[in-house]
Structure formats: structure tokens, C-alpha cells
Design a protein around this ligand. Structure first.
Ligand code: ADP
Ligand code: GN1
Ligand code: MG
Length: 355
């Protein structure tokens, strides 16, 4: 019996699974939840040890997910299917919390764009996801992480971590700190737009990286948008921007060799064609104007979050080695810098798509 089996078998046995559990193994590349592939004599499941440090209210989190998946299913979309516990609950509550989904078979997730068509397909799917949520009643949703993409608030958190410098790491990351401080006046445009109403508040996914979408293993068409923990009120610019941050790069999010990391405008175009094509009916003029900025903002914000976590002792994102968060921060800041220099070209592409 593997160590994972020993540790998690009793959690798995609390759920209404078909068949007998034969294996439990770690799965995927998420940074937040502990994801396990559970195999039984009948089928496969995803079981997650939920991250209650990041999401401290698992009851409302799972209520959100059940409501959103029900809504998506009613709109004909393939989505996550929550497998209940033996006593009919949506998750197992205890010192650790667990949930189970059906494993969506014959799909793949990509950690990097290898084919423009895949990125286009993911853009189209996230756009359609946005369209489906347009009729979802936002008032039933709990904000699972308040002020998730409030970049000025993220900047204040970063400065607090820098002032504390709890582990004395600030001296190792001077160029990154200087970059973030020098850009301090560029972080407010989306939050300001939401406040003055020029950017509409919508129900958004908020974590639209490429590995949060399952693609058909044979056709590479998008099958299901997953990782619904952060579905809450937000801006379309967050969803568009976060996908570009992760996908329109020539390298992985944690590439150590910065010479390999560049913003790829061709990939930006592919995603924008898919996403903007799908949401073209509902985009407002201000959103349209801010699409290039949204890509920059989500990228610099993510860099800021990785650096904040590095300075604070790596307590938020799962890391595989010391310094992993600093490596991630560096790729994001490299991309943000190149994006800032490409605003005009990105704007032309958006104009070309939207006419
Ligand atoms: P995290 O919040 O840690 O990012 P995710 O919910 O995104 O966790 O899951 C991590 C990975 O597990 C995904 O990127 C995907 O590869 C895989 N995965 C999650 N749910 C399913 C599912 N229902 N079917 C197949 N693969 C899944
Ligand atoms: C986390 O959960 P995951 O790995 O899909 C994070 C995102 C970051 C991303 C960076 C809830 O996403 O906000 O952009 O890492 N999710 C949460 O890769 O903080
Ligand atoms: Mg994920």
C-alpha cells in the first residue's frame, strides 16, 4: 500500500464511490489544493484536500461550487460533478476537509501552450463560460477570497511583507522590489473602473490559467472549465488578463532562465480571437480599451503575490524547492515589462478582432 493510500484511504471511504478503492496518488500541478487521483475497481475520481488556509469558509465555498455547477449544467455545459459523502454532504468536514469530483475522462490539461489552436480554444471556452454566468444570480455567491484581484490592496500587502522582511530575504530580490515599487501608480485602473461603474461587475472565474481547463484528449477542443473555487464577482479583465499572463508566454511560469521568457503577441492574438469573439456582444467600451492593460495588471499582480509569499516564508502557494516563488515572480515581472511595451500592438489586435 502506498503512503498516499495509507493516509487518504479513510477520507476516500467516506464518499459515495462506485467500486472499491485500489489506488490513491498525487495528481496535477495546482498551487493551492492537494489533488489526488483515486482509482476504484469501477472508475476514477479526483479527491482534493481543500486548502482551508487559503479558503477559510469551506461550507460557503462548496455551496458556491454546487450552485455554479448546477447553473452551468442547466446551460448544457460539461462541468465538475460533486460526489457526495455517504451522509449526503458536498464535502467531508473535519480537521482536514476533502471533496470528490468525478474524474473527467479523456481530457488533458496543458501547463504551457504548445499549439495556438489550444489557446484559442481555451479563450473561446472561458468566453462562453463568462456568457453562461451572465444569467447567474451573483447574490447567492459568497466572496471566497475577499478583494482577490484588488491590485492596490495586493500592493499594500506586498509593502507590508517587505517592511516586515520576516526572513531577511528582501536583499536577494532588489530588482524585483524596485520594479514593483516603481510601478506603484499603475495598479488602480480596474478597481477604479469598478468603483465608478465604467467597468461592469460580472460573475467571473478569476483564475483562468490554462491548466484550469480540461481539453479533449483527441480533438483539443475545450471540454470543461474547472477550479471553480474563485468564481465570484469580478471583472472580465481579470479573466482575460490571467489567461494571457500564463499562456501568452514563451516559457513556463517557473522557468529559471529568463532569456527564455518572453511575451508572445501571436499567442495573445490567438487567445483574444477566442475570448473576445465569444464575449463581443457584452464588452463595454472601457473594457475593450483596458484589455491590454488587463493582461499587464494580472501579470504584475501575480508577480507581486509570488514575491509577497517569498518574503513571508512561502505559506500560500505550494512550492517544490526553496526560491520557487522568487523564480515565479521573476518570470511574471519579465512578462509584465514586455507587455507594458506592447500596449499599442495589443490594442491594434483587439481593434482588429472587434472591428
Ligand atoms: P488547484 O486549486 O490546486 O489549482 P485544481 O482544482 O485546479 O486545483 O486541480 C489541479 C489539477 O487537477 C487540474 O489542473 C487538473 O489537471 C486536475 N483536475 C482537477 N479536477 C479534475 C477533474 N474533475 N477531472 C480531471 N482532472 C482534474
Ligand atoms: C493559483 O489554484 P491554481 O494553482 O489554479 C492561484 C491563482 C494564481 C495562480 C498562479 C486561489 O492558481 O490566483 O494566479 O496560482 N489561486 C488562488 O499560478 O490563489
Ligand atoms: Mg488550478
Amino acid at each position: 500500500m502506498t503512503d498516499y493510500m495509507k493516509e487518504y484511504k479513510s477520507a476516500a471511504d467516506s464518499f459515495r464511490l462506485q467500486g472499491e478503492v485500489t489506488d490513491i496518488a498525487p495528481y496535477g500541478e495546482g498551487h493551492i489544493n492537494l489533488t489526488l487521483l483515486v482509482t476504484t475497481t469501477e472508475k476514477r475520481y479526483i479527491m482534493q484536500k481543500m486548502n482551508t488556509h487559503v479558503f477559510p469558509d469551506p461550507d460557503n465555498l462548496m455551496r458556491n461550487i454546487c450552485a455554479v455547477t448546477e447553473h452551468l449544467r442547466a446551460h448544457g455545459a460539461e462541468t465538475l460533478n460533486v460526489v457526495p459523502t455517504k451522509d449526503g454532504k458536498s464535502f467531508l468536514k473535519g480537521e482536514a476537509c476533502f471533496r470528490v469530483y468525478d474524474f473527467i475522462e479523456n481530457t488533458v490539461t496543458y501547463q504551457k501552450v504548445t499549439d495556438k489552436k489550444v489557446f484559442y480554444n481555451s479563450g473561446k471556452a472561458f468566453g462562453e463560460f463568462q456568457n453562461s454566468l451572465a444569467s447567474f444570480d451573483a447574490s447567492v455567491l459568497t466572496e471566497t477570497i475577499p478583494r482577490f484581484h484588488d491590485t492596490p490592496k495586493r500592493f499594500a500587502d506586498f509593502r507590508a511583507a517587505l517592511d516586515a522582511d520576516a526572513l531577511g530575504r528582501a536583499k536577494e530580490c532588489k530588482p524585483e522590489i524596485d520594479f514593483l515599487l516603481a510601478h506603484g501608480d499603475t495598479y488602480g485602473k480596474v478597481i477604479d473602473g469598478l468603483k465608478d461603474g465604467s467597468v461592469p461587475l460580472r460573475v467571473t472565474h478569476n483564475d483562468t490559467k490554462l491548466n484550469n481547463i480540461l481539453m479533449d484528449a483527441k480533438t483539443n477542443e475545450a471540454r470543461a472549465v474547472i477550479d471553480l473555487d474563485t468564481v465570484m464577482p469580478g471583472s472580465m479583465l481579470y479573466d482575460f488578463g490571467d489567461s494571457i499572463r500564463f499562456g501568452a508566454s514563451t516559457a513556463a511560469e517557473d522557468e529559471k532562465d529568463l532569456d527564455k521568457v518572453h511575451f508572445d503577441i501571436g499567442l495573445f492574438r490567438a487567445y483574444a480571437e477566442g475570448y473576445c469573439g465569444a464575449v463581443r456582444e457584452s464588452i463595454t467600451p472601457r473594457e475593450r480599451e483596458l484589455f491590454p492593460y488587463g493582461a499587464y495588471l494580472m501579470t504584475v499582480e501575480c508577480g507581486m503575490r509570488f514575491l509577497t509569499d517569498y518574503l513571508s516564508g512561502d505559506t500560500y502557494f505550494a512550492t517544490k524547492y526553496p526560491g520557487h516563488n522568487l523564480v515565479r515572480c521573476r518570470t511574471q515581472l519579465r512578462l509584465a515589462d514586455e507587455m507594458e511595451k506592447s500596449f499599442a500592438d495589443m490594442g491594434k489586435i483587439i481593434d482588429g478582432i472587434l472591428g
